[in-house]
Design a protein around this ligand. Sequence first.
Ligand code: FMN
Length: 165
Amino acid sequence: MLEAIRTRRSIRRFKPDPVDDETVERILEMGTWAPSGLNNQPWKFVVVRGEEVRRELARQTKYGHILESAPACIAVFLDADESYDRTKDAQAIGACIQNMLLTIHHLGLGAVWLGEILKNRKSVEKILGVPESCELMAVIAFGSPAASGGGGARKALMDVVLAWK
Ligand SMILES: Cc1cc2nc3c(=O)[nH]c(=O)nc-3n(C[C@H](O)[C@H](O)[C@H](O)COP(=O)(O)O)c2cc1C
């Protein structure tokens, strides 16, 4: 597990190889094992593999080339109908997304968490036809990697640990 956490990197170029249903289901299921406040599981998902819809989504972000290259993506939503505390629900969804990224990595695939697309979240919600209660939190683009990730430089612990008492 530690190796998976340490070696996962954002992948932004993909081979066209399709991702099968079983693989998508496994990724989603692992996402749902994330912790959530009161175990309210506030996440909802839309899986997109069709080329036409992916192209439409691609137009909503300056990272559209990534969505066009990826054979699959998962849009992740916070469902206000399941919400009890916005901050905690958003944190739970972050944990859910990280679970999915790590699962994708474990399966030998690659992924990137796309957040810039949130600037057009209303358009994305309309394109995907989600209920009013669902707010876009991120889009995960994934597939077989066609390039390796970046170096993934991290700040030194001494720069992020404020105190050790
Ligand atoms: C909230 C959030 C939003 C992000 N949005 C984007 C994005 O819109 N486009 C992109 O290429 N990468 C995006 N990323 C990926 C980050 O750039 C990446 O995780 C960071 O540079 C560290 O690299 P690594 O994932 O390879 O360790 C996002 C990551 C997070 C957590």
